[in-house]
Design a protein around this ligand. Sequence first.
Ligand code: FES
Ligand code: CO
Length: 333
Amino acid sequence: MLKNFWYAVEFSQALSDQPKLVQIFGQKIALYRDTQGRVQALDNLCPHRGASLALGQVQRDSLQCPYHGWHFDPDGKCVKIPSNLPGAAIPQRAKVTTYPVQEKDGWIWLFWGDRELAESTEIPHVPDVHDAELRMVQSDFQWQVNYERAIENVLDIAHVPFVHAGAFGNPNAPEVERLTVESDAWGASARVTMAANPPRGIWRLLARRDPSPVKARTGFILPNLTVLELTISFGRLVIWTAQVPIDDYTTVSKSMSFRSFFRGKWADSDAIKRSQRILEQDRPVVESQFPQQLPELADAEIHVAADALQLKYREYRDALRVAGGDHLTQNMG
Ligand code: FES
Ligand code: CO
């Protein structure tokens, strides 16, 4: 895992006034919005009898455990024990760990690492999410893969004609043109033109007779965001995905999918179904990958030209993992 980064863990819109359980690297965390609308994050485990705080209620700015009603403030301190008679002390140990958490660009970000470093660490900037011209739907997809394999699957252009033949891949055109990888301090992306699959069904009515090639852009922003942008004859589709690392072998891919076509609400469920179908095509192969975690060294598997973007991801990952928190001072300097 990459330590000392802000991870996108949930859609902003998905957190209302009810607390929500999220999990990252095996740690269960109760997220809630206090009555002023600020997001707070506490360890999910109540130190009294171990009930799940995410099942509790928000009371002003504290979270109340569902079992015996203890209140925990945003610093994780127990501030009220309803069963106590007046004057009874609150035990010193009655507190839970908290996590730095912020909201930006439509995502809730949780800092995973040494909390003193949170303030000095930038949250990635996600373009597109404020573009009112685009229609957006959100969806979750849980699978038994390490999140780094899920990231690389999005960066993987060569699998498209094989895994997604009939969807957006053309099995008769497996060659991948030479990739030009653009990178910055936080990530990298590449643009590529792919032969389109001849359209079927309703798509045939919308596309030209001879389908023009699909222009794609794919990339990652550290630590856990991927983007896939497809420009087709009738519009643009941009899918931002937070690959949330539930544990070493489980990922929830949380996607915001923006489209410039079929702007009506009627097409939303269809858009969700379509992206779930694409991921179901990926599922058996990505879940089959061994080892489940990305190998330690960038050169541990074999790379060809089409894998340039994945290789870039591994280079970043390897460098940052070795550096630990040093990436912070490097970026600031
Ligand atoms: Fe939470 Fe008792 S288990 S208050
Ligand atoms: Co795929």
